[in-house]
Write a protein of this length. Structure first.
Length: 317
């Protein structure tokens, strides 16, 4: 709650759901105006609900950036999908974000397997929304350069499923249409005092955010060679008397063959990852950061209850 009493304040939660790589993290970052969720070329990079905090007039919107909803195959997949639906059920407003260009491509001969998987995941989400009788806001994303008549046809096709109350066409990357969506989210927030201080843009434990920033740099550097078989854990976070902070992190991979990919020739890849992560953490924390990153092989890291707890996921989902 803020110190200043304002009888006109509204505050609540808005969940953004969608298939992996629909642009959810980019949208949260655009709405909050700060780096809250990691954004990489890989799908399925958000592993836990990150709460970004956006302000629109007298309304405070707490954004739940959920993991992508897809067909789960492993324990970690099940936990992430359960977390995504949990975030949606607890929210005052839900936005279903769809990559418009990918969805249209999936219906043609030029569509990639990734486009078709994304469309299948979207159908799964629609089926779940129908089963629960929940109506949500549809946001068609990545509309840059698309024909208006094509977008209108897609909008009509999806709206006829009966699970959407309204449609917004946006580009999370450029910001087109995002202000209109933000105003709509603000109107959906219930009356009540703000939940966080006005100058706070995220509700993420700093140890978790530090791990996510390093994981982003990891995938930016080795996204071609490394599948989704790595996790980063912040194992130590110590504030020093001189105002600096010492952060120790472990990168977990499943196989010994993946370790040299992350370390690189002469340790250059790991050095680059650590340097880029340290630079961003220094800006974020506004203090000197001493970052130490090691790589550990653990074939069963996805069965580690401690890692699930770090990301706020249910191990037994």
């Amino acid at each position: 709650m803020t110190d200043t009493e304002n009888p006109n304040q509204h505050a609540g939660f808005a969940a953004i759901i969608g298939a992996p790589n629909a642009g959810k993290s980019t949208l949260v970052n655009r709405l909050t105006g700060s780096k809250v969720s990691i954004v990489t070329q890989k799908v399925q990079t958000t592993r836990f609900p990150v709460r970004g905090i956006a302000i629109e007039g007298d309304a405070q919107i707490v954004l739940v950036d959920t993991p992508g909803i897809f067909t789960p195959r492993r324990r970690l997949d099940r936990a992430m999908v359960a977390s995504a639906w949990g975030g949606a059920q607890d929210a005052d407003v839900v936005v279903h974000l769809i990559d418009a260009a990918s969805h249209i491509a999936s219906e043609g001969k030029d569509g990639t397997p990734a486009d078709r998987r994304s469309a299948e995941d979207t159908e799964t989400i629609i089926a779940n929304l129908k089963a629960t009788g929940q109506q949500v806001i549809l946001a068609l994303n990545k509309i840059d350069g698309m024909r208006r008549d094509t977008l209108l046809a897609l909008s009509q096709q999806l709206f006829e499923t009966g699970v959407y109350s309204e449609v917004y066409m946006i580009s999370a990357l450029s910001g087109d249409g995002v202000d209109d969506l933000k105003q709509r989210l603000a109107r959906g927030m219930p009356k009540g005092h703000w939940l966080y201080p006005e100058d706070q843009s995220a509700d993420v434990p700093i140890r978790v955010l530090a791990a996510e920033i390093t994981r982003e740099k990891l995938y930016l550097r080795v996204h071609e060679e490394l599948p989704y078989s790595a996790a980063v854990e912040t194992t130590a976070f110590d504030e020093k008397p001189d105002g600096s902070v010492r952060i120790e992190q472990t990168v977990y991979v499943e196989r010994e063959s993946q370790r040299p990919i992350i370390i690189g020739k002469g340790g250059q890849t790991l050095k680059w990852i650590g340097q880029k992560s340290r630079e961003e953490l220094t800006l974020l924390l506004d203090r000197q950061v001493h970052l130490f990153v090691t790589v550990k092989v653990d074939p069963k890291w996805q069965d580690s209850k401690a890692l699930y707890a770090q990301f706020g996921l249910d191990f037994n989902a």
